[in-house]
Design a protein around this ligand. Sequence first.
Ligand code: HEC
Ligand code: HEC
Length: 244
Amino acid sequence: MKKLGLAVLLLAGLLFVTACGESKADPASIVRGGTVYDNWWKAAEGAAEPGGNQPLWSLQSTNTRSGTDTWRCKECHGWDYKGADGAYASGSHATGFPGIYNAGTSKKKNALLDIMKGGNNSAHNFSPALSEAALTDVVNFISEGIIDETKYIDYKTKKAVGADVSNGQRLYTSTCLACHGADGKMIEFHDGEWVGTLANDNPWEVLHKIRFGQPGTPMPAGVASGWSTDDAVDVLGYAQTLPE
Ligand code: HEC
Ligand code: HEC
């Protein structure tokens, strides 16, 4: 009887795991995947900066960038993961390419890995450039790390939606201030751009970087510190109050 009970228990457990889908990735892998998505040659160990244009780039002509930029996942799929359906629907970054949000919420990890290896389109084969480990990280990010940014950012005003600015200030002060300063102006990103500037100009990018960090730098990732998405949005909301 005892053995039968155990067998039933094991079977129930197996069915439960199957019904719940795939096993959860290590948060560190999801975070690495987020930085790969941002800039894979700065983020992934052993990856080299690519030359020329990504082969799919010639399918569009609205985004006139060329060279290394054309190889960044975010350049084609957007900081909000929605590609042509999101913030990159128009403007100088528009390509018409799809986002990854739908794939991330509907496709299994092995199908996503296959897409990354050119299974659907050989021009989308990143396996010569990225190790199996880096591809697994980016798949874990797509499957478990992306969020629907339309819930957190007002696309018209670019403001963080429902941000608790005092919680954001508390987190900014304990985590970001040491490097970026109380006014966000200790590091200048591009000419005349600081935390406050970028938070108001490109909140989708800043929300991604608050959650996953900045590739190739010691900037910490909120996701690795156990921050919820709401915490990250609170920091974005506070960053939008900093001087531009
Ligand atoms: C030059 C533009 C470009 C770059 C760079 C690019 N992709 Fe794509 N991606 C596409 C296009 C176009 C598709 C659409 C279908 C196809 O051709 O595979 C696609 C499809 C996808 C899909 C499947 C979407 C779906 O709905 O099925 C995923 C996931 C994906 N890309 C992830 C990535 C990741 C991760 C990176 C970076 C390592 C990346 N892509 C880099 C253009 C790009
Ligand atoms: C350990 C130091 C460090 C900490 C802590 C840190 N950052 Fe950074 N951050 C950097 C560095 C270095 C860069 C890269 C600057 C560059 O590229 O010029 C960066 C880049 C950025 C960028 C993007 C710049 C760009 O060009 O895209 C933003 C936005 C940002 N940080 C915001 C934050 C916020 C918000 C926090 C707190 C959650 C934070 N950082 C914590 C060091 C740090």
